[in-house]
Every structure is written in C-alpha cells, then in structure tokens.
Write a protein of this length. Structure first.
Length: 566
C-alpha cells in the first residue's frame, strides 16, 4: 500500500475518529486506515453525500502515510445507472477538493469474483435458488412481530442449486423468474436476515459490462464483498444501513478467500430544512421539469450548489461544523448559508449592482461631466481598487427611497439627505410619477462640501449610506434571485406530498443595472453587490459582454443572529 492523499489538519474528535484511533492504538490492520466513498451511479450527488465525502476522504487525509480513500461506484443496478452520473460524481468529488489517485473502482470490476463467491455459498449450503414471486416473497417474509415462513425451494440440494444458478447466468430463465437467496434465518427478528436476495435476473444493458451479464448481484451482497476485495478497513455508512450490518458481517464471515475483513459503522445522515434528499424525489423534480435540471441552483445537489455559487471551502466548513454523530437531526439551511457567507465575505470582490432601479437626477451636477471615484475591490487592501464612474444621472435601489418614511428609515425621502457611498450627500427635492402614480424619477441636489465623508460645520451627518450606479455607464444584466425551493421546513415529512409545498417564488428573474466593470465578469466569478448580496456569474449562461448573475446568498445572516440571541 502507498499513501496517495495529502496530509490534512485533524478534524475535531467524534465517535468515528475515536474508534479509528483505538484501532490504530491496538495495532489493527497493520496501522492502515482505508476508507471508501461508494456512490450508486443512479443520480447526481447532493449535500448529504458531501458529508460522507468529507468524512471518508478527510479521515484518509488525517492518517497519512498509511491511509487512502477509494472512490467506488456500486453499479449493480444497470436499469437506473448511467455514465452521465458517473462523470458528474467524479466532478463533484474533485470540486470538493478530494482526489482518489489510482483508487478508482467499480463493483462491476468484481462481477466474476462475486459470482464465484455466490457459488461458494451454494456449495456450503448457505444459498439457494428460489422461485417465489415478489408478492409471495413479501408474504413469506413475515412482519416485525411475526416470523417469516421458509420458501418451498429452501431445501433444494447443492447440486440442483448450482445447476439452476448456472442456468440463470446462461439466460435460460426470464427476468424475475428466479432469484438466489442466502439461507440464514426466516425467524430472525431482523427482517434483513430472513433469507435475503443475493442475485436477480435482469436483462439490462450495463454502462461498463454491456450485455455480458443477465444476472446482477444485489447491493447488500456486492457492497460488503467489494469492501473486502479492496481491503477496506472501515466501512462508514449512514444510519439507515445499521440494520443491514448483520448481513454485512454474515457475508464477510462466510465467504472464503477475502483479502480484507472490514467492519461497518454508521453515522447520522445530513438533513436540511426546506430540502428533500431522496434521489428518487430529486429525479422526479428533474423529469417533471419542475426544476431546470440536476444543476438547477435551487437543487440541493452539489452541482446545483456549485452553479449557485457555493464554494467547496464553505461546504467543507459546513460539514465540519455539524460534525459526526449517531443521532438524527435536522440542520437549519441558514447554517449552510452562514458557512457560504463567511467564505464569500473574505474572498468575493465588491461591486455595485441595483436590482430594482429608480432614476435619480442630480440637478446641480454639471451636465456631461463624468468623474471616476476610487473604490476598494475588497476589505483586503491587497486586492486593490477600481474606478467607478459618476455622472449627473444615477440609479439607486427602489428600497432605498420611501415617499412617506416610517420611524427608523434612514435612507432617502422627500427633503431627506443621504450619502452616496464613496461620493457625496444628496437631498431629495422632487418626486416625479407617471400617470399611474408610480415613481419614475427623483430630483435631487448634491453638496460638494460633503465629499470624502466630510460633514460641513453646523450640519447633522446623515445616517444613511446607499449604493448607486451611473445611468450613463450602467450595463443591463440578467440576475436570477433564488429562494428556498420548498415553503415547508420538512417538505416530505410523514405522508405529505412534497410537491404541494414547492415555493412558487423560488426563482425571480430581473434585469439589474450594474457598474460597468462587471461587463466582462468571467463565468464562475464571485462578487458581493454591496448592500444587496453575494452573486455568481453563471458558469453556463454568463459570457463576457453579456453577464448573467445568480444570487448565491443574501447579506443577512439569520443563523448568526439566532446564535447571538441564544
């Protein structure tokens, strides 16, 4: 074995890491830690998978040099799998900052070995070919309070079972006509141990093996044996696999010739408010065109979050913050947004953008005059400055003006004064409306003595500071404003139809007025539109000269405020 992952700063301790530390102290596995991330290529990865990716690859990074993490595709159900999903999964893992090196595997790499292991179990009298229909299987299986009944085919001879299993492989039987089952215990209190299926007949084209096979191993059979074939030391799964662990161990203990003896431990999956994590439900959203594909920025998929402008560092920080426990919990989406906001606050460039523009004419500013004001690109002085043009006509945000101001409103109103950021103060003199009574223009004057934050003697300094863009120089850009995809905190709780609580306002598209420096924003670049939020030049649709921006997250940090109150 060779180390193929870089060293990493140890994460905070949790029960998984404590378990591994105990194994290392006891000298188990010759001091090796070998983990794996084993997705099924039947959909795109979501934020829940990010937790498993960070855990498995993170543990490998923390235990160099005697460690590695495999990426293995458990591709045992060709009817639902596709190379599109394989490619997307590899892209997501790399984007999150992890690399499997030479350790890329597929369960399909082991199809012949898995088949031979099945024959071995038959020879030992531990597996048999069953002809019950799916309906009969459910009837014979029993319930949580009643034991199951033995299949009529359970006591076939080894010779007959081997013959039938080989004929299954040869394609003599139709799909679903026969299955191979483990012979364990039909009275077990764990239903997963009541003679579970190991192989089924399925004529489906496989994305790697083509039509070479018409029988395929079940996931619960292929998964532990693939772990063992790869000498995985620690098989880390989410809690829904806890009741499958006895079968995992039964297979490891009853199959001879395995190079490794992994053991499985479970941790709580990642759950988020206002989100569904079921791949089946996410696929439903895509197929019914309720979203614009797997990478729709409203989706909880990693590709969707990437397109929205979430950063790998933010997702890794979020996974580290929620930690690894044995207890199911529901994490507030605001906590994820907090991690995103913290990263972007430190790294996104600043710019001016007005989403709901009102024109302002500064009447005493010379017509035709243009000046350029120096504005910092970031609180980090090392990122330099830019020149922002100012002219007689500007746009300000609709929300920064109120015709009849309420108490505590410190922005612009008739007769009121406000500072234009990095410029001077203006006073509203007149409000112009159209025939429908809508405000279309504000007439203001400016005071040149208030430049550079100065306050003339004897005057009160205005409390409000607003952003703006020069109307003469502003560019028009499509801006996509994203909100929660679901209105309910737990959209698929109980028997609820999750589609009924989809948010009809989860996407609003508007044309914004932006400062001219954004005209050539590179696709995939992050900005903070000052006083508005964090935005991301869409990596698919945005082009230099015709930018399209997605709102990643607003400036308001609701989670931080909740924590402060607590």
């Amino acid at each position: 074995m060779s180390a193929e992952v870089p060293a990493a700063t140890p994460a905070k301790s949790d029960f998984i890491r404590d378990l591994i530390a105990a194994d290392l102290a006891a000298g188990r596995n010759d001091g090796w830690v070998v983990t794996r991330f084993p997705p099924e290529p039947n959909g795109y990865l979501h934020i829940g998978h990010a937790k498993s990716i960070c855990l498995n690859f993170g543990i490998a990074q923390e235990n160099v040099p005697k460690s590695r993490c495999h990426l293995r595709f458990d591709d045992t159900n060709p009817a639902k799998e596709d190379t599109e999903y394989v490619d997307s999964i590899m892209e997501d893992v790399r984007w999150l900052g992890f690399d499997w090196g030479d350790n890329l595997f597929y369960a399909s790499d082991y199809f012949e070995k898995l088949y031979q292991f099945a024959e071995q179990l038959i020879t030992k009298g531990l597996a048999y070919v069953c002809q019950l229909t799916p309906e009969q299987m459910r009837e014979y299986r029993g319930t949580l309070t009643e034991p199951g009944k033995p299949s009529p085919w359970r006591d076939r001879s080894v010779e007959e079972n081997l013959d039938l299993f080989r004929r299954m492989r040869a394609g003599e039987f139709s799909d679903g006509d026969r299955i191979l089952r483990a012979k364990i215990d039909m009275a077990s209190p764990n239903i997963n141990m009541r003679d579970p299926a190991l192989y089924r007949i399925l004529r489906a084209h496989h994305h790697r093996t083509g039509d070479a096979w018409c029988i395929y191993p079940m996931y619960d059979y292929a998964h532990p044996l693939s772990d063992a074939l790869e000498s995985i030391t620690h098989s880390l799964c989410t809690l829904e696999f806890e009741h499958h662990r006895p079968l995992y161990e039964w297979l490891i203990n009853n199959v001879d010739g395995l190079p490794g003896r992994p053991y499985q431990r479970e941790f709580a999956r990642l759950n988020l408010t206002h989100t569904v994590m079921s791949k089946r439900k996410l696929l439903q959203l895509v197929k019914q065109s309720l979203v614009n594909g797997w990478d729709d920025p409203r989706m909880p998929t990693i590709s969707g979050m990437r397109r929205r402008g979430y950063t790998p560092a933010a997702i890794r920080d979020f996974c580290k913050t929620i930690g690894v426990t044995k207890f199911q919990s529901l994490n507030d989406f605001a906590l994820l947004e907090h991690s995103v906001r913290e990263d972007l606050n430190a790294n996104a460039l600043r710019a001016y953008g007005v989403l709901k523009p009102i024109k302002v004419v500064i009447e005493n500013y010379p017509e035709g005059q243009v000046e350029h004001l120096e504005a910092p690109n970031s609180p980090d002085a090392a990122k330099g400055t830019r020149q922002v043009p100012l002219s007689r006509e500007i746009y300000i945000e609709e929300d920064d003006f109120m015709e009849t101001p309420v108490a505590g409103f410190f922005r612009l109103y008739p007769g009121g004064e406000v500072r234009l950021k990095f410029a001077f103060c203006i006073i509203c003199k007149e409000v112009i409306k159209d025939s429908d009574g809508r405000i279309v223009e504000l007439r203001c004057t400016y005071d040149d003595a208030t430049r550079h934050g100065k306050k003339p003697e004897g005057r009160t300094k205005p409390k409000g500071i607003i952003h703006w863009v020069s109307a003469r120089h502003a560019i028009d850009a499509e801006v996509r404003l994203y909100e929660r995809l679901f209105t309910e905190e737990q959209p698929d709780a109980g028997d609820a139809d999750f589609l009924e609580c989809m948010n009809p306002e989860s996407l609003t598209v508007t044309t914004a007025k932006l400062e001219p420096s954004l005209a050539n924003a590179l696709p995939g670049s992050h900005y903070q539109f000052e006083r508005v939020g964090y935005f991301f030049a869409d990596p698919k649709d945005s082009k230099p000269g015709a930018p399209v921006f997605n709102r990643t997250v607003g400036l308001k940090d609701s989670f931080a405020k909740q924590q402060a109150k607590a």
